[in-house]
Design a protein around this ligand. Structure first.
Ligand code: SF4
Length: 400
């Protein structure tokens, strides 16, 4: 029988490596890495966070997509949606001939048995995976191992009859895939909690009870079918979308633990409250690395990554605590030494600001989300330098 499900690539890494290097590599970033994550040029100092850019899950997903195109040159190749939240990477895959399926309910109608479908690093809802399995098409599943680890915990909770409380964004692909795992276990439930205010409402309901209809109205989009807070909040297990702010996830876990303590005796806690840290190490490392720039006297922080990238938004939130922060999609967001398009931390849309680069600014901190390739970091540094100096970066790079 022909193998139709692939999870480990096709052994074509050597063939695709030159293409990947050519598209995503940056000599400037390589140089900074070799020089202690620092570049001194044109009277400016750029400090790069010690963990930044492509994480292991994204790197693997992008590699598999390239391998898939090389492996099946004569077949139609689809992606179930964005492979990662970076417009440049997605556009490049489209230019390579990969078609992105729409988000509509009938999205799989155009997929035929002889086609190939790539599942992104975020994973895919259980029902979608089942549907693709029935179609008999080739499925290249790039779901990240850290996401699979979250699924393992959610499924363990479901087996125990424990409701999964997931700190995440309900509309995010990863969270949708994660809560869908409960559908594999009849009678299992979930609740998605976006932030601390929502966690406070859930905690209050657990500790003190409340008005059921009000609770259901507040969380109508974020619970499983048949969810009843009076029944399904009696035994809960915590999980996270892997890219959330880890400090917030820990606080939410603690809020819910305290609520359970208020309601149940200490010796009953093992029965009612389960917790497992499912923030992925790559997310944690990137967040820690931004904190690492906090005491380095940076005048400005530049955070590069898709506006819909959860982990990039969280990096911007962290750096905004200690420096003026500009979250850019790419180098072209910097219009001049005066004007910049960016998404302020904690807001939902892009804005245009003036005076972003004061003459007194000498030290610029840089980081990039887990879905941002190095070439975009290098291009951003080059662009910033171009507004302050006529230095020829190529001469610096050539001298190395
Ligand atoms: S951010 Fe974490 S979970 Fe998501 S793809 Fe990267 S390594 Fe995997």
């Amino acid at each position: 029988m022909e193998q139709t499900y692939f999870q480990k690539g096709f052994g074509l890494r050597t063939e695709i490596r030159p293409q990947l290097q050519e598209t995503y590599r940056s000599q400037i970033v390589d140089l900074m890495r070799a020089n202690g994550f620092r570049l001194d040029a044109g009277g400016l100092t750029f400090l790069l966070a010690m963990e930044f850019g492509f994480c292991y899950g994204v790197e693997r997903a992008v590699e598999y997509a390239y391998e898939t195109v090389a492996k099946f040159p004569d077949r139609k190749v689809f992606l179930t949606g964005e492979i990662i939240h970076n417009p440049h990477v997605n556009n490049k895959l489209q230019r390579m001939g990969i078609e992105f399926l729409p988000s509509s309910a009938d999205k799989y109608d155009k997929v035929a048995r002889e086609d190939v479908v790539i599942v992104p690093a975020f994973g895919l809802p259980a029902a979608d995976l089942e549907l693709l399995g029935k179609k008999g098409c080739v499925v290249v599943d790039t779901t990240c191992g850290s996401v699979l680890n979250v699924w393992k915990n959610v499924e363990r909770y479901a087996r125990l009859g424990v409701t999964s409380v997931i700190h995440g964004k309900f509309e995010h692909e990863e969270t949708q895939a994660t809560f869908s795992r409960t559908s594999l276990f009849p009678g299992a439930h979930y609740l998605v909690v976006r932030d601390k205010p929502e966690a406070a409402d859930v905690s209050r309901y657990i500790a003190e009870g409340g008005e059921r209809s009000g609770f259901m109205k507040r969380f109508s989009n974020a619970v499983s079918d048949g969810f009843d807070p009076d029944v399904h909040l009696q035994r809960i297990g915590l999980a996270n979308q892997t890219t959330m702010l880890s400090s917030e996830s820990l606080e939410i876990a603690e809020m819910l633990r305290e609520a359970m303590r208020a309601r149940y005796a200490e010796d009953e806690m093992g029965e009612h409250y389960h917790s497992f840290d499912t923030i992925c190490s790559a997310t944690q490392d990137r967040q820690d690395a931004v904190y690492g720039l906090k005491n380095k006297n940076v005048d400005i922080m530049i955070v590069i990554g898709g506006y819909n990238s959860s982990n990039t938004n969280n990096l911007a939130k962290i750096s905004a605590k200690f420096a003026p922060t500009f979250h850019l999609e790419d180098a072209t967001s910097i219009l001049s030494g005066d004007e910049i398009r960016h998404k302020p931390a904690g807001t939902k849309s892009e804005t245009l600001s003036r005076g972003w680069f004061p003459a007194s600014a000498r030290c610029i901190g840089i980081t990039a989300g887990a879905s941002t390739p190095n070439n975009q970091i290098g291009e951003t540094i080059e662009r910033i330098l171009s507004f302050r100096s006529t230095i020829n970066l190529q001469s610096i790079l050539g001298a190395q």
